[in-house]
Design a protein around this ligand. Structure first.
Ligand code: SAM
Length: 206
């Protein structure tokens, strides 16, 4: 190949540097400093184009409990076949569905977000527990859930605080994921799930 040389050693056959170097073109440095560009900031804020703001209510955002934690949560309260399990703020209904499938319990999931309710109803159908699980679109602070034997919650503390006075039936077992139940004597369980310590608080209503 013109301009290139192959070494004779077969163990390291390689192309060496070109025998003829390409010609270098030198660009002379400018002798005069380039003009400094001046940016003039407006003193009065300019109106920005209007962006649509989609505000998601954090209270009704779907934050599902991982299935491994759902499993632990239910094991901690050991539901029995004749008990009724309520998940207040049911999300996609996974807790009541899992309890129905594993323990044969009847369950009700109360959920305020219509889109999430739709997902939960679909899940109930898909997993074939329509005879045991009902999903209700309602506000847990208005819905009558007194028939519940077991109540599961994974809610923000301010909502738990409002909910607590509405849980009255003695014998009801309430289990809360991640947040304690204010003003109530609870037993705290810390369980390592998927490499993280998860806290559960159990309240036996007297
Ligand atoms: C953190 S998610 C938990 C979902 C589900 N319990 C789980 O553990 O996978 C809380 C759910 O509570 C619902 N929620 C919030 N406020 C509610 C209210 N006042 N009534 C009914 N549901 C409510 C939200 O829409 C959301 O789906």
């Amino acid at each position: 190949m013109p301009g290139y040389q192959l070494t004779s050693d077969w163990r390291s056959t390689r192309i060496t540097t070109p025998a003829v170097r390409p010609q270098t073109t030198y660009v002379p440095k400018p002798t005069v400093a380039p003009a400094i560009q001046t940016v003039i900031q407006p003193t009065v804020a300019q109106p920005r184009p209007v962006q649509p703001i989609i505000k998601k209510d954090p209270d009704t955002a779907l934050l599902p409990t991982p299935m491994s934690a759902v499993d632990v949560m239910l094991r901690l309260v050991s539901p029995e076949k004749d008990q009724v399990v309520y998940d207040l703020g049911a999300g996609d209904g996974r807790i009541v569905i899992h309890s129905a499938k594993l323990y044969g319990t009847r369950g009700v999931g109360v959920e305020i977000n219509p889109e999430t309710v739709r997902k939960a109803k679909e899940r109930v159908k898909r997993l074939g527990v329509e005879d045991l699980v009902t999903i209700v679109e309602d506000d847990i602070l208005k819905y009558d859930f007194q028939e519940a034997d077991i109540i599961t919650i994974f809610l923000f503390p301010d909502l738990i605080e409002k909910l607590v006075p509405l849980i009255k039936k003695p014998g009801t077992v309430v289990i809360s994921a991640n947040h304690d139940i204010p003003g109530k004597k609870t037993s705290k369980r810390i369980v390592g799930i998927d490499g993280f310590d998860t806290e559960f608080f159990i309240w036996y209503v007297e």
